[in-house]
Each structure stands twice: as C-alpha cells, then as structure tokens.
Write a protein that binds this ligand. Structure first.
Ligand code: HEM
Length: 169
C-alpha cells in the first residue's frame, strides 16, 4: 500500500515538474490591426503574425532608432506558397537579408495562409542564434515593430505599421 502511494506521489511530482520545465508561455501584442503572438518554449519561440493584408507581414525585434538595427522576419503568401526572409535593419528606413550581410537565415520552420484578404504566418526561431544580425529573445522587455503591405515581395514599403513592447518569460 505504502509502495503504491509512493509511486502515485512520484508520478504527480514528476509530471508537475516536467509541466513546469517545458511549459509553453504565450504573450501577444497588437498595433494598427497587426496581431502577433509569441509562444515561448525552452530554446525556441513560435511567432504568429496576422493582418488584413494580401502581401507581406513583418516583425522587427529591438530597433535602435526607427527601423535601424532591428532583427526582421518578413513573409508573404503567394499562390498558396509561403515566402519568408530573415533580415536586418541596415539603415533608418531600410533592411536587407541577413545572408547578404555576412549572416545566416535562422528560421527553423514556417507555414501560412492567405484567405479572404487576411494573411496569417507562423514561424519558429531560436531564442538565441550565433548571427550578429539577430536579436536574442531573452526574458524581459522587447520592442517589436510591425508592418504589413498588400504587395507580394520583400521590398515594397508598408501600407500599415506600428509597434508595441512585449515582456517575455
Ligand atoms: C520593405 C521595405 C520597407 C521600406 C521601403 C520602408 C520604408 C520606411 C520609411 C520611408 C519610413 C519613414 C516613415 C514613413 O514614411 O512611414 C519607415 C518607417 C517605419 N518603418 Fe519601414 N520600411 C520597410 C519595411 C519595414 C518593416 C519590415 C517594418 C517592421 C516590421 C517597418 C517598420 C517601420 C516603422 C515602425 C517605422 C516608423 C519608425 C519611427 O518613426 O520610429 N518597415 N519605413
């Protein structure tokens, strides 16, 4: 009887602890109709960006001034295919592909859809990479730029833009 009790207590403790260790925590923000959620796992973050546009949607993590020095993830859906890029803010109002700046593309997986004028993109990135063009998603506050457009490319200017601050666990 004692043994059964011990097994039951161990099981409860183990599942409780692993639940704490591997818990997913979600934070979200919205600006000018662009919604973004961040689901934090141990070493990765799953990001979902949504907006009423038919072109690209992007986030820019921790700029220094305007668009400069932010870590951009920009994506669009064209004919059912998702195109996504890992960029860096190389100027006050410009960004370029990490791989063109001596860095790496650090998007682990992605998916997305465009339906009735609404686009939704989900991707997974590491919390921290070795690329100097990426901003680590450490616990604490992060400024997130958001922007979106009706153009299916990585270069047209935004039709809507905004920003918010998130606090990551
Ligand atoms: C795709 C090419 C892009 C071009 C050509 C572009 C261009 C510009 C320009 C000219 C401005 C100056 C203000 C204005 O006219 O609105 C600006 C500001 C801004 N852009 Fe971009 N942008 C691009 C992409 C992005 C992306 C991907 C994001 C964010 C995810 C973004 C976020 C912003 C924000 C937040 C501002 C306001 C900055 C401030 O006033 O502090 N832009 N952009």
């Amino acid at each position: 009887m004692k043994r059964t009790l011990r097994i039951i207590i161990s099981f409860i403790l183990l599942t409780g602890f692993s639940g704490l260790l591997f818990a997913q925590q979600r934070v979200a923000g919205e600006s000018n109709g662009i919604k973004v959620s961040f689901t934090v796992q141990k070493d990765t973050v799953e990001v979902t960006m949504e907006a009423a546009v038919t072109g690209w949607i992007a986030i820019g993590i921790n700029p220094s001034n305007m668009m400069k020095d932010a870590d951009y993830k920009i994506a669009y859906v064209k004919d059912g295919v998702v195109y996504i890029r890992d960029d860096y803010g190389n100027g006050l109002v410009s960004h370029a592909e990490d791989t063109r700046l001596g860095g790496t593309s650090d998007i682990l997986s992605y998916s997305g859809k465009e339906e009735k004028g609404y686009t939704s993109i989900t991707f997974v990135i590491p919390r921290q990479t070795n690329d100097k063009n990426d901003r680590p998603l450490t616990p604490g506050n992060h400024k997130i730029l958001v922007a979106a457009s009706d153009s299916d490319n990585f270069t047209s200017k935004h039709k809507v833009r905004g920003s918010f601050v998130i606090t990551l666990p």
